[in-house]
Write a protein that binds this ligand. Sequence first.
Ligand code: AVI
Length: 318
Amino acid sequence: MYDIIIDSIFRQDVIQGLSAPEKYLLPKYFYDAKGDYLFGQIMHCPEYYLTRAETEILRDYSGAILQACWSSQNPLAIVELGAGDATKTRYLLQEALRLQYSKLYIPIDISENIIDYLHTSLPAHLPGMQIKGYCGEYLPMLAEVQANEPARKLVLFLGSSIGNLLPQEALTFCQHLYAYLNAGDFVLMGFDLKKNPQIILNAYNDKGGLTRAFNLNLLNRINQELGGNFQPDNFMHYPVYDPMTGACKSYLISTCAQQVTLDNGIYFDFAQDEPIYMEVSQKYSEAEINQMGQRAGFKPVQTFLDSQRLFADVLWQK
Ligand code: AVI
């Protein structure tokens, strides 16, 4: 039953996106098992600096981040939206245990596999840390966490996941996040910074072709799950970066006139050179980040940068 509902939402979104005058697919559908694997590979490829930069920040500044959130009256619960395998977060959690600032980690993830994995893998690395995973959409789950856990919260939203929203959507997300928090709660949010445009473009066009495969995998997923007949070789991976707006957008370009059909008979015509918009990975200046935090209602506490100033983890308080 669950699979049928998921399949029909996926189908609905694909049909809506590919029938639009400007075709698009939703990036949340990148992450099937193969997509998770490819994203794991991307995070380790030489051009994709984001993960290395943020890992450096958490390795070097976890103590300072926690000090800034510390209050002797109230223990801290560390909540993470989109925890993934929590590799980077472990630095913060280990430091929280060492300083005795927190003994409760609450990962929220849409994937039950991830939550199960964290429950089984983390205790060996974090003796004494209680792990209470919540599976579902970020904000509804955060509401449940707030109802169930009285502790003060430090909410992590790392990895530049906020960058996969357009700036206006990102602001709306931050405003909603603010509304779900209690006065005194903290947010640590990871933003990729504007920088030399070539460095950014290379990160989304790695020489090993991982990002290309990551984008084309969504066409394979449509073939497998919706009985599509996409020929991925007929599409070209085309990322562009606009240094004025900070938007790095990925497209798949149809290299010929073609028709693609799903197993229910619905079809989509592609003109030669017609694009499918796949994803935005928005980059920000420090001033733009501060402005967003303030417009959402947060008080800026501190900004943590890596040594090359590529990436920012920004601490805000409600
Ligand atoms: C998950 N997200 C922050 C990645 C990004 O950088 O926008 C997804 C990604 N897409 C292509 N490469 C990485």
